[in-house]
Design a protein around this ligand. Structure first.
Ligand code: HEM
Length: 70
């Protein structure tokens, strides 16, 4: 395991801070910069929504569905 618990971090981290961290990294502290990742460029808002849901309890562990399934 590397980095802090995002379930805990999302209790205080907002969407802008999430975006800034993922697309800039904290390279000095070991968090890579994902700005060149196409998967991240396309999906960061879905990932944010998932992590937010996991953090506030709306999404349970293992309760995943394809985003195309609805
Ligand atoms: C999809 C992949 C990843 C996402 C979405 C992500 C997201 C985040 C976020 C949102 C934070 C900030 C937490 C806070 O401010 O409380 C963070 C911190 C951190 N992440 Fe990541 N991360 C990812 C991958 C990684 C990887 C691959 C590593 C290392 C190999 C890593 C290492 C770290 C470290 C060390 C920190 C703490 C930085 C600090 O102390 O300021 N992360 N990550």
């Amino acid at each position: 395991m590397v980095g802090p618990s995002l379930v805990e971090a999302f209790k205080t981290l907002d969407k802008n801070e999430f975006h800034r961290t993922v697309f800039g990294g904290r390279v000095d502290k070991g968090m890579p910069d994902f700005s060149s990742s196409q998967m991240m460029q396309k999906n960061w808002e879905n990932l944010y929504a998932y992590l937010k849901g996991r953090s506030d309890g709306q999404i349970k562990l293992g309760d995943l569905q394809s985003i195309d399934a609805k």
